[in-house]
Design a binder for this molecule. Structure first.
Ligand SMILES: O=C(O)CCC(=O)C(=O)O
Length: 163
């Protein structure tokens, strides 16, 4: 495998076949429901809101719902979205950390112990922000997600609080 440019670039890039050994890539929604806790704390927001600004996290609420409800909402039309967001894999599914290896992503020895899990319904989102750490690896395991990335020089326009 050719060296990965993580430390040499501030440009986003794809790692082809980086997840080829990841069994969770083949999991169905039923498989995910089997491994995740039966009830989960999710962030809930409004699909349409009248706030004069983005729906910052403090304008959402946390609710405990059955995991089945989170997954069934994905395919239906709702006025709210729900996001099981920023969950540490080692806390949620501690026995399965080794199923998320980073070896082919340029970080041998790391795995789910170093990863967070994000499961959202349609319209679930995180407000625009800048992370203060070095780089971010994203593995899309089911469904799809849109990322809007701004170049570093547009940070003041793109906005907000470093996290
Ligand atoms: O996936 C998201 O909604 C946000 C992810 C994020 O902000 C992060 O990984 O730092």
């Amino acid at each position: 495998m050719s060296p990965l440019p993580h430390h040499d670039t501030d440009q986003p890039f794809l790692i082809h076949a980086g997840l080829s050994s990841w069994e969770p890539l083949t999991w169905s929604l039923d498989d995910w429901m089997d491994v995740l806790p039966p009830d989960v704390d999710v962030r809930v927001g409004l699909v349409h809101h009248s706030l004069p600004h983005p729906q910052w996290e403090r304008h959402t609420e946390i609710k405990r719902i059955p995991i089945k409800e989170l997954f069934s909402q994905s395919s239906q039309q709702f006025s709210t979205w729900a996001y099981y967001d920023y969950k540490y894999i080692h806390q949620v599914i501690p026995d399965l950390c080794q199923k998320f290896p980073w070896d082919n992503l340029g970080f041998p020895g790391r795995d789910g112990r170093d990863s967070t899990l994000w499961v959202g319904t349609s319209q679930a989102h995180t407000p625009c922000h800048k992370d203060s750490y070095g780089c971010n690896l994203v593995a899309q395991l089911y469904g799809e997600k849109t990322w809007t990335l701004f170049p570093p020089e547009q940070f003041s326009v793109a906005l907000t609080d470093p996290v």
